[in-house]
Design a protein around this ligand. Structure first.
Ligand code: NI
Length: 158
């Protein structure tokens, strides 16, 4: 495993739509392991493949620190409610801003064996799923910020 370099706002790869994963190769597994290691090393709660320069539909999330979630080709299939709170992103260092997201999200995704599964989340997990899946569409939270983007270390890095 190895740490990967985090791409920052302004780099093209963060504004591009990512490609579906059609097979999981040893290289894919290495990418996922590196993404997890990179996420944990930065204290982040989520990381999407384009943030390490790879234009593939893969995200990793862990909002508790001991429950890694790997999502391949994820799709949100249901949302409800609303939450408004501060959000940050490893690709936008030193900034945070207020974003409104659904308070509940249900998604489908594939695991490392390309087996489909469903996942439900509320609060921070729902927020992390929305934030990371946006990365796969080439979208950053900064375009959703209500009010100003603030010069602050975010309370949680997503
Ligand atoms: Ni992010």
């Amino acid at each position: 495993m190895a740490l990967r370099k985090i791409r920052e706002i302004g780099e093209d790869v963060l504004n591009q739509v990512c490609k579906e994963v059609t097979e999981v190769t040893p290289r894919t597994i290495e990418l996922i392991e590196d993404m997890l290691e990179t996420m944990y090393s930065t204290g982040g709660v989520g990381l999407a493949a384009p943030q390490v320069g790879v234009r593939k539909r893969i995200v990793v999330i862990d909002v508790t620190g001991d429950d890694p979630i790997v999502m391949i080709n994820p799709k949100i299939i249901e949302t409800s409610g609303e939450q408004t709170g501060m959000e940050g992103c490893l690709s936008v260092p030193g900034k945070c801003g207020q974003v409104t997201r659904p308070n509940y999200v249900k998604a489908i995704a594939y695991d490392e064996e390309l087996k489909p599964y469903e996942i439900e989340g509320t609060e921070l997990l729902a927020r992390a799923i929305c934030h990371e899946l946006d990365h796969l569409e080439g979208k950053l939270y900064v375009d959703l910020v209500e009010g100003d983007l603030l010069d602050n270390e975010p309370p949680e890095e997503e």
